[in-house]
Design a protein around this ligand. Structure first.
Ligand code: FNR
Length: 392
């Protein structure tokens, strides 16, 4: 493929703006206040969120001239597999609160555009239905990890993911309880306790959870759906964290690569290596969990220096445009997860909106690299030598 996205350069009109910073406002205009608050919302007074953005602005890309090259090759290799693009759809729960087509639309477009889809455990569409919509596209599975007393439920979730072609397990470590998010608190909103129950699909469709609920309460899920929703929400977000020794259970119940999402320190990155997992996502959940934190990108270089040769390092939090993706890759990430931008696209225009966002990000990335004289996204050509730390 040559250029990812050329419409807009010619007389074709885009479905909506190419300006990535305007997508949030368009989504806000279309969504109910509580759904918009859920995607936009961050923890506390949004300092972590602000720092995520500020971290990108501390770096500038310095271009090289007279580099003989065509359009950059964006292929990347992670966990021994080749991927067409170095970006992935970050796991985002309850996508049906943003558009009726929800996960199905995003998973379908991800396949069409050759972008990796990471399914959230908090999905509003079942593991099986998302796999069907995603077809032969690359897909990974994100786990919100139930407490050990519910290991049989965890095993069932993992089995469903394996049976349905999800290749990599992404275990989120920063969300054993939802963060202090004023937007949701003000709206009295918990998407997992809605009366339409769309936030609990994966639990309600799980045979082991169904059995658990029947045994505990003596009735089936459909006899008391609101109690079942709070039971499931509690299992997903138990309020207490696992410990490092619990990773073993996941390794025993998953065949492929395991990636720990939410790592922010060198010490934890080293523990991840010691515990034999294959990758980490340097992430602070887009600033939605702990406030008063550092920018996720600020932590990336030291983590790459410490463990970059021993484990695959992925990155997210605050990525909004092609240059952001380029900077994270230059600092040593193998793949970059994008969250809010595609959710805004979904809210604005369903499949069309998600496609426009993905094509925009990739087109922008490709031209940014091309105009910087960087022929591909390998560490050999895209590394710290293309960046300058700026003083402001
Ligand atoms: C998330 N995120 C998330 N992460 C996860 O592991 N499981 C999940 O179910 C969710 N759900 C979720 C919902 C919404 C509405 C958002 C915005 C985010 C976090 C997500 O995977 C990712 O870490 C951040 O979104 C990255 O930051 P940006 O790209 O949104 O700045």
């Amino acid at each position: 493929e040559a250029q990812v996205y050329t419409s807009g350069l010619h007389d074709e009109r885009p479905p909506f703006t190419f300006n990535a910073l305007e997508w949030e406002a368009l989504a806000k205009a279309r969504l109910p206040a509580d759904s918009f608050g859920y995607v936009w919302g961050s923890a506390g007074i949004r300092e972590t969120d602000d720092n995520n953005r500020a971290a990108f602005k501390k770096w500038g890309i310095v271009p090289s001239r007279l580099v003989r090259s065509g359009f950059p090759n964006l292929k990347t290799s992670v966990f021994g597999d080749e991927y067409d693009y170095p970006i992935a759809i970050a796991p985002v729960g309850v996508q049906k609160i943003f558009h009726r087509d929800g996960e199905r639309a995003v998973a379908k477009v991800a396949n069409e555009e050759s972008v990796t889809y990471i399914l959230s455990s908090a999905t509003s569409t079942s593991t099986e239905d998302v796999a069907a919509a995603n077809g032969d596209g690359p897909r990974w599975y994100q786990l919100y990890w139930p407490a050990n007393e519910h290991n049989n439920i965890t095993a069932s979730l993992l089995k469903r993911a394996k049976d349905n072609g999800y290749k990599v397990l992404v275990v989120t470590l920063d969300t054993y309880i939802l963060g202090w998010r004023p937007s949701d608190l003000n709206n009295g909103y918990n998407p997992f306790l809605r009366s339409d129950n769309i936030g609990v699909e994966i639990g309600f469709s799980d045979p082991v959870f169904q059995e658990h609920f029947q045994k505990k309460y003596g009735v089936s899920i459909k006899d008391d759906v609101s109690k079942a929703a709070s039971e499931w929400a509690h299992i997903m977000f138990p309020g207490t964290s696992h410990g490092w020794s619990d990773i073993k259970f996941l390794q025993e119940n998953w065949d492929g690569p395991i990636v720990l999402k939410g790592i922010q320190t060198v010490a934890d990155a080293k523990r991840a290596v010691d515990h034999g997992v294959q990758g980490i996502v340097v992430s602070n959940h887009g600033g939605r969990q702990q406030d008063g934190g550092v920018g996720s990108l600020d932590m990336l270089p030291e983590i790459v220096d410490a463990v970059g040769t021993k484990i695959e390092i992925l990155f997210d939090s605050g990525v909004r445009c092609g240059a952001d993706i380029a900077k994270a890759l230059a600092l040593g990430a193998k793949m970059v997860l994008v969250g809010r931008p595609y959710v805004y696209g979904l809210a604005i225009g369903g499949e069309t909106g998600v496609r426009h966002v993905l094509k925009s990000l990739l087109g922008d990335l490709q031209l940014t690299l091309h105009l910087s004289g960087i022929p591909d996204v390998t560490q050999e050509n895209l590394n710290r030598s293309v960046l300058r730390r700026m003083s402001h």
